[in-house]
Design a protein. Sequence first.
Length: 326
Amino acid sequence: MIDCGNGVRLERGVKCRLSDGTTLVSDHYYPPGEGPWPTLLMRQPYGRDIASTVVYAHPVWFARHGYHVAIQDVRGRGGSEGTFSPFWTEARDGAQTIAWLRGHAASNGRIGMYGFSYQGATQLLAAAEQPEGLECIAPHMTAADLYHGWFYYQGALRLSSSLGWGIQMLREDVRRLGLREASNRLEAAWTNVRAQAMQAPYGGHPAIADLDLPDYVREWFAHRESGDYWAQQDVSARLDRIKVPALHIAGWFDTYLEGSIAGYLALRAGAGSEFARANQYLVAGPWVHIPWGDRVGDVNLGEAANLDTDKLLLRWFDHWLKDSGG
């Protein structure tokens, strides 16, 4: 146990064993005093030490406000076992993680989720499994419909974000697989962003064409129309399975703007209960994907663009998980 100051303690590498035998690893932050407490869960593929602090306060901050915080590496990333297949296993893995957290000594059984981008998608997918104890979510800058809101726009591939993100994800895969030459190609492509789009067809880009690599990036490019391939990965056909309140955040200059707004509207109309439909909220502001603030390119939008999203999240979780009445 590590002392983080002001009574907050950190426990690293806590293991959650799933029903298929895979072990997922998380870091846990404990508030001052004696628990149990409500739990905040973030499930992410970028390294649990980072904990999306590019846009959120550090988990220590939330712990200081009375929350047990768990930051988990998803399957096949960081310290977690298994093979990373973006989106495909996050519904089941998320629901089983929540079931495990409800039995954790630090948790009072009331759980909320937060996170943006991929971490937003993990929330929607887990919520569609209706795990007991999940009382609210906060999916930011993400999409409920992966085809229309994430990878394609009016039928056109979102090349920059899809190829760039795919290369980013594959870099860890090849390190885990020990593929030295493939790793060198991916690192070269990663560091030369302008050249990424210079190779066509995109599915044959030399950085991702090696058949020893996981095929998920090539699959994104091969499935050019909406259909079962995409619906099996997202919640677009299962909106009626989501029955929890959600606080959505969108950025006017974010790649996933359409996905964020469409997801909010879809849940307002099609969530699985009147309670859930009535408790979908959207905050949209002049932000890019990373970071959130008062600058877009060379333009300074002024102090009004600096929304304190951490305090907004705290109010959200206090309302649903602590019955604050706020």
